[in-house]
Design a protein around this ligand. Structure first.
Ligand code: PNS
Length: 172
């Protein structure tokens, strides 16, 4: 037998890792689909000291917790370092990633296979968001918003509010 699966992780926990700067409705869509498939979903916000994010990791965690406050099987945390190490400490059984278009595929395929190389028992599960979110990305949301564009309906209202507050703070 190539794979030993006799000691499955507890609780069928799925990790949904990412930058989430900010969380979009595409992310929300993937979380809700995952929460339907897995017993628990843990949204894991990457703490990346090299990047200059719009929202700090703690701000992102606060916003995401607010968005999913009515979903008891959705949790939020930060992580740093290797995703597979974090997954091991949490005894996660899967990593969930959203696939929007073919253009996502190459990067996601590389990451999934590298993670499998590092931790063969951890599966990556790809999920497609609803069609209306296939063009959404955090980068575009930030660009459109910073240039005065309307992001309503593209991000949760808590995110939109936090973006306006951030803009207000910056303007002073
Ligand atoms: O939302 P993003 O920025 O596309 O998410 C990328 C993320 C956080 C999933 C990826 O960068 C990651 O897992 N980083 C942690 C460091 C790591 O494990 N790198 C090797 C991945 S093969």
């Amino acid at each position: 037998m190539a794979l030993d699966r006799r000691d499955p992780p507890n609780g069928r926990l799925a990790l949904f890792p990412g930058s989430f700067d900010p969380l979009t409705n595409g992310h929300v869509d993937i979380v809700l689909r995952s929460a339907h498939l897995f017993e628990r979903v843990l949204i894991a916000v990457l703490v990346n000291p090299e990047k200059r994010p719009l929202f700090s990791p703690d701000e992102r965690v606060g916003i995401i917790r607010q968005v999913f406050r009515e979903y008891p099987n959705v949790e939020v945390d930060t992580f740093a370092g290797l995703l597979v190490d974090y997954a091991r400490t949490k005894r996660a059984s899967a990593i969930v990633r959203g696939l929007r278009a073919v253009s996502d595929f190459e990067y996601e395929f590389q990451m999934a296979l590298m993670n499998r190389h590092l931790e063969p028992t951890l599966e990556t599960v790809f999920m497609m968001p609803a069609e209306q979110y296939t063009y959404l990305s955090s980068r575009l949301i930030k660009e459109v918003f910073s240039l005065g564009g309307d992001v309503r309906g593209l991000v949760p209202s808590a995110v939109e509010k936090a973006m306006h507050e951030k803009k207000g703070v910056k303007a002073h």
